[in-house]
Design a protein around this ligand. Structure first.
Ligand code: NAD
Length: 493
């Protein structure tokens, strides 16, 4: 009798389209089974306590850094990015694992709250507990750093995790769980399931307690809808169109260096990568001239040959091409590169200037090695234009004196002043966006608390003669409560 072949898919090297590996498409039934095992393991993982979990996570982080070339090689193979970039990404992820492991206990410590005058006889406390099983769905652009920002924090808080990596980087996703399981005290604490969008969909409606998604805004809406149908809460880390504001008093040389790296590194496939620059017209010519000069020294190519690699996802080439064409058709000017810079799978750097704000190229996430530089007559205008986007992930501000003042007026989740990307590397600060860039946070205390729930406990310390939480409440009790409320002007609670 012929046996039924298991559905599978291949991951490819985007440089030459060669098959890197073949992975099973995990079915809905198998997702259910995996989540059930994760739930069964949950109690034992919680019982291990903060110290026990810290030991496991720190051991995992050591294992990853000791084998950095193995995992970086796989990242480079599946995404096409240079080894050096892969190593940097992995090092940053390892720091996050260590931070989450070391800080979970203090972040989740029971907090004591003031009960207020009317409740002065009560002790009020808030405890934090892990939510149970966390589902994580990840993208391919930073296939270690991005999912680890959810996985490590969820594990440190005492949850078990089921992870669905991108279909472009399943090998990296498998490596993460396999390496964890080498040092895990028992199975099913952290499992990777491979597959396409349907497998991710099955995870959304499975018996998980929270879903942490990183990917495009379009998919985030589908994920949120599926999760809403079963009342599963979500963290959504989505796309961006990050602005860079350059004031007249900026260090232009440094601003150009960081901005061009932010825009071009990883072939522009960074959610927090610079996509549009608003530069004060007084320094715009210098900024543009330096940007062109720098772009001319940067080349896309295979790992070992280029400063950055190919477009990892072949379909992105069409989006990049259409944005360059739209920018030109709408009145913008290519001052370096142009439509001819796109030679799949590589895209050489493109610098566009004076692109009208209503152009698709300015409004939509390009996710390619392209930078748009527009002049502004004031910082007020730069702030307004930055904030008109439907996205609100990160932003960079370059100014010697007004950095903080500008940063505080931006509608976005993170701002780097006289720097770029820095907030992603600081483990103690939350990472995430507003508007179409998502909701909820990863990293830092806020990110860890996403994978916990608050349990309020109020305890009677002594009894008051006042019986207002009883059918024995008397008219004089009512009068007293109202009189106190009036005198204290709402300071009762
Ligand atoms: P994507 O939305 O195409 O896919 C993300 C994941 O969702 C993949 O694992 C995919 O298999 C899964 N998926 C697809 N359809 C699904 C469905 N119906 N239900 C459940 N899961 C489904 O995104 P991508 O192309 O992998 O990643 C690039 C995007 O991610 C960019 O927009 C980028 O800005 C964003 N991103 C955001 C952050 C952040 O922290 N905000 C970080 C990295 C990437």
């Amino acid at each position: 009798m012929a046996t039924k072949r298991r559905p599978s898919f291949n991951s490819h090297n985007p440089v030459n389209d060669e098959v890197v590996g073949t992975y099973p498409i995990i079915s809905k039934g198998e997702v259910t089974g995996t989540v059930a095992l994760a739930r069964a393991a949950s109690a034992q993982w919680q019982e291990l306590g903060f110290n026990g979990r810290k030991r496991v996570l720190v051991a995992w982080s050591s294992l990853i850094i000791n084998r950095i070339d193995a995992i970086a090689g796989l990242v480079s193979l599946e995404t096409g990015k240079p080894m050096s970039d892969a190593r940097l990404e992995i090092s940053m992820a390892v720091s996050h694992i260590g931070w989450a492991a070391r800080h979970a206990e203090s972040i989740m410590r029971t907090s004591y709250r003031r009960p207020g005058l009317l409740m002065a006889n009560m002790a009020a406390t808030v405890e934090r507990s892990p939510i149970g099983v966390v589902g994580v769905i990840g993208p391919w652009n930073y296939p270690v750093f991005t999912p680890v920002g959810s996985i490590a924090y969820a594990l440190a808080a005492g949850n078990t995790v089921v992870f669905k990596p991108s279909e472009y980087t399943p090998g990296v996703g498998m490596w993460l769980a396999e390496s964890f399981n080498e040092i895990a005290p028992f199975t099913d604490i952290f499992t990777t399931i491979t597959g396409l969008g349907e497998t991710g969909g099955a995870l959304c409606i499975s018996d998980i307690d929270k879903l942490s998604f990183t990917g495009s805004t379009r998919t985030a809406k589908l994920v949120a809808a599926q999760c809403a149908s079963v009342m599963t809460p979500v963290v959504l880390e989505c796309g961006g169109k990050d602005p860079v504001i350059v004031a007249a008093d900026a260090d232009i040389k440094r601003a150009v260096d960081a901005t061009m790296w932010s825009a071009l590194a990883n072939a522009g496939q960074s959610c927090i990568g610079a996509e549009r620059v608003y530069v004060d017209e007084k320094v715009a010519d210098e900024f543009i001239a330096r940007a062109i000069e720098l772009a001319a020294t940067i080349h896309a190519g295979a790992p070992g040959e280029g400063n950055y690699g190919p477009a990892t996802m072949p379909s992105q080439i069409k989006v990049i091409q259409s944005h360059i064409k739209a920018a030109i058709a709408d009145g913008g000017t290519c001052v370096y590169g142009g439509p001819q810079s796109v030679k799949a799978p590589f895209v050489q750097p493109v610098v566009l200037v004076d692109v009208p704000e209503n152009s698709t190229a300015v409004r939509e996430e390009t996710f390619g090695p392209i930078i748009i530089i527009n002049r502004v007559d004031s910082m007020k205008q730069a702030i307004e234009l930055s904030n008109t986007s439907r996205y609100g992930l990160g932003a960079n501000v370059w100014s010697r004196r007004k950095g903080k003042q500008i940063a505080s007026q931006l509608t976005c989740g993170m701002v780097a002043i006289n720097s770029t990307f820095a907030f992603a590397a600081v483990a103690s600060v939350p990472f995430g966006g507003v508007k179409d860039s998502g909701s909820g946070r990863v990293h830092g205390p806020e990110g860890l608390l996403e994978y916990t729930y608050a349990r309020t406990i109020v305890r009677t310390r002594f009894y008051l003669p006042l019986k207002f939480l009883s059918f024995k409440r008397r008219a004089q009790d009512d009068k007293l409560v109202i009189a106190l409320t009036r005198i204290l002007k709402g300071r009762l609670g």
